[in-house]
Design a protein around this ligand. Sequence first.
Ligand SMILES: *Cc1c(COP(=O)(O)O)cnc(C)c1O
Length: 498
Amino acid sequence: MHAFPHTDDVIAEHSLDPQDWGAFSATAHGLVDDAVASVRDVRHRAVWREMPPEIRERLSGPLPRHPQPLTEVARTVSEVIMPYPMGNVHPRFWAWYMGASNMTGALADFLAAVQGSNLGGGNHAAALLDQQVVRWCKEMVGFPETASGTLVSGGSMANLLALTIARNVMAGFDIREHGLAALTQTLCFYGSDQTHSCHRKAVEALGLGNRSLRRVASDEEYRIDLKALRRAIAEDRTADRRPACIIANAGSVNTGSIDDLDALADLAHEEGLWLHVDGCIGALIALAPSNKHLVHGLERADSIALDPHKWLHAPFDVGCCLVRDAQAHRGAFATTPEYLQSTPRGLASGDWLHEFGLQTSRGFRALKVWMALKEHGADRFGRLIDQNISQAQYLGRLVVADPRLALMAPVAINIVCFRFDPGGIDEAELKALNLEIMLRLQEDGSAVLSDTVLKGQHCLRVAICNHRTLYEDLDFLVREILRLGDEVSRGEASQPSS
Ligand SMILES: *Cc1c(COP(=O)(O)O)cnc(C)c1O
């Protein structure tokens, strides 16, 4: 045996571990206490506020070359970062579409990082737990046990994976081996004009091009027009193109509309097409006792994208792609390089989870979903979904009841589109007025909502995917919109409510 030679050319050893574990623990406990208090008191703070110049300044420094005590780093975080959040954990945040997070999930993210496991695969508990969460996702949407799935960063990635699998299966030849150059017919994907923009990114990234995504007209309730869809498919066949996949919306991003999933499943079956359901918003309605009928037929899809960081309120980020045909799923991504072979025993004897998507290293995002589901039970999440839908219907009634407000789309689920309309002003003025109301709400810190355009008309959009929202928050919102609407209409400068 050779002793390691102690010579002058061996450098001193360091690690990233704390030198004083006790001091580290005290700092960590302080951070946890502050974090818990910040969420406990969130209702009493502004939803959002503009960062003053000195805060921006403090976030513009160069690469730090030298060490700084952790207590100082932590102080900077509590002064510069924590007071200026996006605001989606606040009960009056209803912009775009996102969840409100939860403390158990936050704790899980901490533990996941502490354990540090890589979910690319292998024989360890985190990998088993990841697979259990995927099985639970299948169960929540009524997919069979034999289906496959994977956790990804969010709905956009889940949709990209699903469309990749659909493309590969529907190409009719080995597109992984031969590539797009071997396509003799244009592959066509169909979705309504309400389809989320990530599908455009997906078909572009897949090399099929934006034009391969056919935007089919939606009806007056913003659901895909089935006659128009049939026509589009027939036209493409006549022109020797290859219809491949229908993308159904279970909860469209503008209005929450849900396509007729059963009819689309029938049509896909008749035409021999892949049916993908973008269920980022609505797939989990399958858990909601009073509303699950709205997503009937979901379980007939070939693939589903869903988003636990929306209605399961997992901290960002986590999405899930489910695929009925497990072999098609694995067949789209699996490769077994020499450096990732399985072994009969030991750490490499588990499943290689990277074979179900594009990432090799994968974070332990399953734990935050798992812990919150264990703590609350799936039924509670279902009831919270019903609660948000009921709150949206309540807001819709408040809007309809006031002559100064106009409801701009039917309230299908938890999204309410409306605008302040005092009468006698044109479309451009209405847009400017409502935009100003929206910005004053944000700048007052009283509520955050977003806007959109429906059939050429601008409107405010309130998406209630928030377990902290109360009915009284919606009463407050309507009062504030009416107050601000009058204030802006009279040409007055912003005067925050007391
Ligand atoms: C949120 C959303 C997406 C994108 O999901 P991310 O998690 O933001 O990547 C796709 N489709 C719909 C309908 C969505 O609501």
